[in-house]
Unconditional design. Sequence first.
Length: 192
Amino acid sequence: MNIGLYFGSFNPIHIGHLIIANQLVENSDLDQIWFVVTPHNPFKKKSTLLDNFQRLEMVYLATKDYSKLKESNIEFNLRQPNHTINTLTYLQEKHPEYAFSLIMGEDNLKSFHKWKNYEVILENHHIYIYPRISEGTIDTQFTSHPKIHKVEAPIIEISSTLVRNAIKKGKNVKPLLPENVWKYLDEMNFYK
């Protein structure tokens, strides 16, 4: 089974995440996509993050009706701050029967050469890229790499930051979130 790993803080997960994941799983050779909830991204301030299990719960609520989309807490028990290569190594050891691929926005590909052991990642895993509007250029080594696959998908300009800021200002964000995620956020008074 070919598993696509979609990493993110999902703070909160929104319809853009689901649109991208569904587009990828339905239009590639990926059998499933696991939303890997990251406990702490070294590039983000930890204070802005909801609790790990609250974000995992939102991902579960958002994906439970989609058989090919799953939530994953795999990084919760890994040493922090964590690097993608450590997660991939751990998953390969734990599930040798699966092939694991990465899913990332085109913007992340522009800085991929800065990732820890990116060469090892490319040697052992495929990467599925979805389009994003961003500045900068992609390193030529990645533009025609046999393990990097560009997948046609709509360009989604919704971000979790936009959702959090709108909630803080008392705006209606219901159309931007899966219904049960919106209910959960509203009941818990998150981001207000």
